[in-house]
Design a protein around this ligand. Structure first.
Ligand SMILES: CNc1ncnc2c1ncn2[C@@H]1O[C@H](COP(=O)(O)O)[C@@H](O)[C@H]1O
Length: 268
């Protein structure tokens, strides 16, 4: 299958973290405005990441978040990302992003979300041939009150945006925190009619994953370590099959995440 063929066929993109989908061009453009050293640091981290592990990925996000610490940058990123996916012939795109504030830059979680929604709306007005939806992400290191705030925002903006915001994502460095503490908030989100996309079993975490699967999420992010051969269990595989929960994965990252899978042993 040629790259050209892959580009030409119409596609759906269901696993696009906004700050994980930025092209080099956009990073360069934003870093040059803010601090050109950030671009060089990003370039070095990406080159290192090519031979690294999943841990490098989270180092890269820390750098990107320094560049995307203001509402204008968030708008630019969302606008560029949508155009780039559209140019790759993606017809349905689900963006997910963790609302952040940066008081010194005048950015609030609300202005963050509204910047993304404005970019989606502007692309729609340009008649770009792509449908874009948004999930608001909870970082697994967040406490219950932050997670609840995100769910409240998702519900509010689901209504205000006329259905552009479709649900809630749970993501973040899988070697940090315990997602089980967030179960009550995620269950509540589901009761409020929000869709749930949960990153699960990116590293072996049988007990945590068992508990999270009881929520019966609409989608699982990665799930690389569900299988017993990768540190999971047959029970986890059976539950996913029984409820027909789709796995939404990124092939290159999944290869990376299998490397530390054998060394991480949380919650076991
Ligand atoms: C490698 N697999 C992964 N596993 C878990 N979480 C991931 C991820 N890749 C990305 N993120 C989550 O997405 C954020 C960046 O985009 P936003 O700032 O939200 O737009 C990261 O900080 C992390 O929380």
């Amino acid at each position: 299958m040629s790259l050209d063929f892959c580009k030409r066929i119409p596609k759906v993109e269901l696993h696009a973290h906004l700050n994980g989908s930025i092209s080099e061009e956009t990073i360069k453009k934003l870093a040059m405005k803010k601090n050109p050293e950030l671009y060089k640091d990003w370039r070095m981290s990406v080159d290192k990441g090519k031979v690294g592990t999943i841990d490098n990925v989270f180092q890269i996000f820390k750098l990107i978040h320094q560049i995307s610490d203001n509402t204008e940058a968030i708008y630019t990123i969302a606008y560029d990302v949508i155009h780039e996916f559209s140019a790759d012939n993606v017809k349905y795109l689900e963006l997910r992003s963790t609302p952040r504030d940066a008081p010194s830059m005048g950015m609030t979680k609300i202005s963050y979300i509204e910047a993304i929604l404005k970019a989606i709306e502007d692309c729609h007005k340009e008649k770009l041939d792509i449908v874009v939806k948004l999930l608001l992400a909870i970082d697994r290191r967040n406490d219950l009150s932050i997670a609840k705030e995100t769910v409240d925002l998702a519900e509010r903006y689901s209504k205000l945006s006329g259905g552009t915001v479709v649900g809630v994502d749970l993501s973040g460095d899988p070697s940090v925190g315990d997602a089980r503490t967030l179960v009550p908030v995620l269950r509540d989100a589901k009761c409020r009619g929000l869709k749930l996309a949960l990153h699960l079993a990116e590293v072996p975490a049988v007990d945590e994953t068992e508990e999270m699967l009881k929520i019966i999420p609409d989608r699982i992010g990665h799930g690389t370590c569900l299988h017993p051969d990768a540190g999971g269990s047959q029970g986890l595989v059976d539950t996913v099959l029984q409820h027909r929960i789709p796995l939404v994965m990124t092939s290159s990252l999944n290869c990376m995440s299998l490397k530390p899978a054998m060394s991480h042993s949380r919650h076991s």
